[in-house]
Design a protein around this ligand. Structure first.
Ligand code: NZQ
Ligand code: ZN
Length: 386
C-alpha cells in the first residue's frame, strides 16, 4: 500500500426526507444563493417546489440557473458566474445529478477568476478559491456529491474535460434516496455502470497491497449487482435506492483510491465518446468496460481479473484464465440485463470518428496505469466496442 493523505470534509446528510435540513445547512454560509438545476426533472417530480419553499421559509434569497444539460456545457457555467456577480450571490446550490453539481462547482470557482473558466480545464489557470457549494443529489452515479472533481463540455471545441481541486468539495450534500425514485430505468442503469466503473478504475490498479481497499471495492460492486435489478423492477424500493446512492458516494469520494495507483483509462476514452456524441456517460462506460477488460487481460493482469471473478461474481474453478474470462463475461451480461447497450454503433456512433476519439483520449504518450495504453491500443478497444 502506498502512503496517502485522506481529507474529505464534505458533510453528508443521508436519509428519508432529509431535504428538510437544507435551510439550516445553507444559512451558516449564505443568505443569497444561486440555485442551479437541470432541464426540468426537479419540477416534474416536485423537488424544486420543496427546495424553494425551504429557501423562502429560511429567509434565503436566490436566483436561478436552470437548463443545465447532461454533459454540462461551458455556456451554463459562464451564465452562472455572471448571475452570481450581477446579484452579489455568495453560495452555489446544486439540485440534481452529476451534471448539475459539476456545473455548480465551476461556477463557484469561476466566480473568483477573471479569465474564462475553460482555462481551469486546459490547465492555463489553477483553481485557487471557490464560493461555498452545497448539493441536493437526485441521481446516484458520479460521486460528485463528495468529491472535488468536475467535468464540463465545451461546444465550441467539442471537448469534454475534467478538473479536480479541494476547493470544489461541497460543504454539504443532502442524500435523500427518495429523491432518486423518479430516475428513469435507463438513467438508473447508466448510473450503476458509472458507479461500478469508478470502482474498476481504482480496483484494477498498478500496485498491490491495498487489500482493505480492494475488499471495500468488491463490496461496492456486489451492492450494485444486488440492488440495480431491484431498483429497475421496483423504482420506489427505498432499500435499493438507498444502497445505490451510498455506493455512488463511496465509489468516488477518495476512499477507494487511497494507497493506490489508479487507472482511469476507460473514463478518458468515454469522455471523448460523450464529448463528440453527447451520450450518457454511464451508457458509454457500460459499452466500453467489457472491451477494456478483454483488451488488458494478459499474463500480468490475469490474477487480478480472476480475483475479481471469484470475489465479486462467485466464479469457481482452478484455471485463472477461464475464471478471469468468465468474470468479464458476467460483467458484460449484467450490463446487458440492465438494458444498457453493448456496442458503440447502437448509440449512433460513426466508425470514422473512432480515430479522432483515440487521438484526443491519449494526449500524453500513454493512458492508464493498470495496463498502459497507447493511441493504437485505444483505437483497437474502440473498434472492438464498435
Ligand atoms: O436535466 P435534469 O432535469 O436534471 O434531468 C436529469 C438528466 O436528464 C435526469 N435526472 C436527474 N435526477 C433525476 C432525473 N430524472 C428524474 N428524476 C430524478 N431524480 O437524469 C439525466 C442525467 O443527469 P446527469 O446529471 O447528467 O447524470 P449523472 O449524474 O450521471 O452525471 C453525468 C455527468 O457527470 C460527469 C459525466 O461525465 C457527465 O458529464 N462525471 C462527473 C464526475 C465527478 N464530478 O466526479 C465523475 C464521473 O466519472 C463523470 O465523468
Ligand atoms: Zn464516471
Amino acid at each position: 500500500m502506498l502512503d496517502f493523505v485522506f481529507h474529505n470534509p464534505t458533510k453528508i446528510i443521508f436519509g428519508k426526507g432529509k431535504i428538510s435540513k437544507l435551510g439550516e445547512e445553507i444559512v451558516p454560509y449564505s443568505r443569497r444563493i444561486l440555485l442551479v438545476y437541470g432541464e426540468g426533472s426537479i419540477k416534474r417530480n416536485g423537488i424544486y417546489y420543496q427546495v424553494v419553499d425551504i429557501l423562502k421559509e429560511s429567509g434565503i434569497e436566490y436566483k436561478e440557473l436552470s437548463g443545465v444539460k447532461p454533459n454540462p456545457r461551458l455556456d451554463s457555467v459562464r451564465e452562472g458566474i455572471k448571475l452570481c456577480r450581477e446579484h452579489s450571490l455568495d453560495m452555489v446550490l446544486a439540485v440534481g445529478g452529476g451534471s448539475v453539481i459539476d456545473c455548480a462547482k465551476i461556477i463557484a470557482a469561476g466566480f473568483f477568476y477573471d479569465g474564462d473558466p475553460w482555462d481551469f480545464f486546459t490547465r492555463k489557470a489553477k483553481i485557487e478559491k471557490a464560493l461555498p457549494i452545497g448539493a441536493v443529489l437526485t441521481l446516484a452515479a458520479t460521486g460528485s456529491e463528495m468529491n472535488g472533481n468536475a467535468v464540463i463540455s465545451n461546444d465550441e471545441t467539442k471537448a469534454k474535460k475534467g478538473v479536480g481541486s479541494s476547493h470544489l468539495l461541497p460543504k454539504f450534500s443532502i442524500l435523500d434516496p427518495l429523491l432518486t425514485c423518479t430516475v428513469p430505468p435507463l438513467q438508473t442503469a447508466a448510473g450503476v455502470a458509472d458507479i461500478m466503473s469508478h470502482v474498476f478504475e481504482q480496483y484494477f490498479s498498478a500496485n498491490e497491497g491495498a487489500y482493505l481497499q480492494d475488499r471495500i471495492a468488491e463490496s461496492v460492486l456486489k451492492t450494485c449487482i444486488h440492488y440495480a435489478p431491484i431498483a429497475l423492477k421496483e423504482p420506489e424500493n427505498y432499500e435499493a435506492r438507498a444502497n445505490l446512492m451510498w455506493a455512488s458516494t463511496i465509489a468516488l469520494n477518495g476512499i477507494l483510491s487511497t494507497g493506490k495507483l489508479t487507472d482511469w483509462a476507460t473514463h478518458m476514452i468515454e469522455h471523448e465518446v460523450s464529448a463528440l456524441y453527447d451520450i450518457a456517460h454511464g451508457v458509454g462506460l457500460a459499452i466500453l468496460i467489457p472491451y477494456w477488460m478483454e483488451y488488458v487481460l494478459d499474463e500480468q493482469t490475469v490474477g487480478k481479473f480472476a480475483a475479481y471473478a471469484i470475489n465479486v461474481w462467485g466464479v469457481t474453478g482452478n484455471n485463472e484464465w477461464e475464471m478471469a474470462k468468465e468474470g468479464i463475461g458476467k460483467t458484460r451480461a449484467f450490463f446487458k440485463a440492465l438494458g444498457l447497450p453493448s456496442r458503440l454503433n447502437e448509440v449512433g456512433i460513426q466508425r470514422e470518428d473512432l480515430e479522432i476519439m483515440a487521438e484526443k483520449a491519449v494526449t500524453d504518450e500513454e493512458l492508464g496505469r493498470f495496463k498502459k495504453l497507447n493511441r493504437q491500443d485505444v483505437l483497437s478497444i474502440l473498434k472492438n466496442a464498435f
